[in-house]
Design a protein around this ligand. Structure first.
Ligand code: NAD
Length: 327
């Protein structure tokens, strides 16, 4: 029986569905119900009693549950869930004598926004610059501790930024709304208390909804990986089953980064919205992460290019707009 934490989340839900489709026995664990049925325990990673229940009779764990937030007010909770919760889960896993433990880390452990060299490989220094990245780095350190101190096989996957294709052109979505749409970005920056950036963005508002093309202070458009959830699922299943994954650390994500100078005009064609360029203070986001190790060692292949994702995103947006008109 495989335990999947974060089983109601974007990645967890898809992993559970893929495993069940293969006839594997899966138990989900999450704060909130997935709504998909099947064996599932509702509880928090902070709750030792629930964790003991969840790990009972388990052979493998995919630890995908985490609290992702960049808001200072969420910091205590984020460390409690991502660091202390991961410690508790690792202890329970080790005590239960499970076979393999796969940990969802993040490219933010590197730092992606100020890389020392490109492409970022697994050997890049781990010098995270965000509190969220720090929770993942501490998580990795605890996994490495268990690698030395217990008999379970551990695998660290450093996740690329991950999206469902349908989120890409959705103003209301958690990541893509503020990343690609001006007004959601203003709301996000206001809620994070970044008044100066919110004011800068507001000064660019042209009176109608628009996309935002993010550039750095020198006008260089952002570049980053955006990986489809389905590619992440195939990498996670390899990490679970491939003999050569044991004790490994792998970047998991798409092969080519998305360059916003190309991406935003393509998005605008699909949405009919204008694009407003904004030069954000600082170095901005500009990285390329290598997935060579997971391709060469485990045979991973990313299949969902940004073009394929955009096709689906446009269809999903159309369905949403038709749905709204009918209401
Ligand atoms: P998600 O937010 O959609 O899913 C995370 C799930 O964890 C949610 O269902 C949430 O309810 C659950 N969770 C949060 N707090 C919990 C707690 N206290 N106890 C139990 N469950 C709790 O995120 P996702 O995109 O599916 O990401 C999956 C994993 O990948 C996470 O560990 C995340 O940190 C990591 N990751 C994601 C990205 C990305 O861009 N999506 C990038 C790098 C790493």
């Amino acid at each position: 029986m495989i335990l999947v934490t974060g089983s109601s989340g974007r990645v967890g839900r898809a992993v559970v569905a893929a495993l069940r489709a293969k006839g594997r026995m899966v138990r989900g664990f999450d704060l909130r119900p997935s709504g998909t049925g099947g064996d599932e325990i509702i509880g928090s990673l902070e709750d030792a009693v629930r964790l003991a229940e969840a790990t009972h009779g388990i052979t493998d764990i995919l630890h995908l549950g985490a609290f992702m937030s960049w808001a200072p007010t969420d910091r205590d909770l984020m460390f409690a869930v991502n660091v202390e919760g991961t410690r508790r889960l690792l202890d329970a896993a080790s005590a239960a004598g499970i076979r393999r433990f796969v940990f969802a880390s993040s490219g933010e452990v590197y730092p992606e926004n100020r890389p020392e060299f490109l492409p970022v490989t697994e050997d890049h220094p781990l010098r995270t610059t965000s509190p969220y990245g720090l929770t993942k780095l501490l998580g990795e350190e605890m996994v490495r501790f268990h690698q030395r101190a217990s008999s379970m096989e551990t695998v660290i996957l450093r996740f690329s930024h991950t999206q469902d294709a349908s989120e890409l052109l959705d103003e209301e979505s958690f990541f893509s709304g503020p990343r690609f749409f001006l007004r959601p970005r203003i709301r996000q920056q206001e809620s994070l208390g970044n008044t100066a950036v919110a004011n800068l963005l507001r000064s660019k508002d042209i009176g109608t909804p628009a996309h935002v093309l993010a550039r750095n202070q020198n006008g260089r458009p952002f570049r980053m990986h955006i990986t489809d959830t389905r590619d992440m699922v195939s990498g996670i299943l390899l990490a679970l089953d491939h003999p050569d994954a044991a004790y490994g650390t792998f970047n998991l994500g798409g092969t080519e980064p998305a360059d916003f100078s190309e991406l935003l005009p393509r998005m605008a064609e699909l949405t009919d919205l204008p694009v407003v360029a904004v030069d954000f203070p600082g170095d901005g986001v500009y990285y390329h992460t290598s997935n060579e190790r997971i391709r060469n060692t485990l045979g991973f292949e990313a299949e969902w290019t940004i073009d394929r994702m955009l096709e689906e995103a446009a269809a999903a947006r159309q369905r949403r707009l038709i749905g709204e008109m009918r209401q």
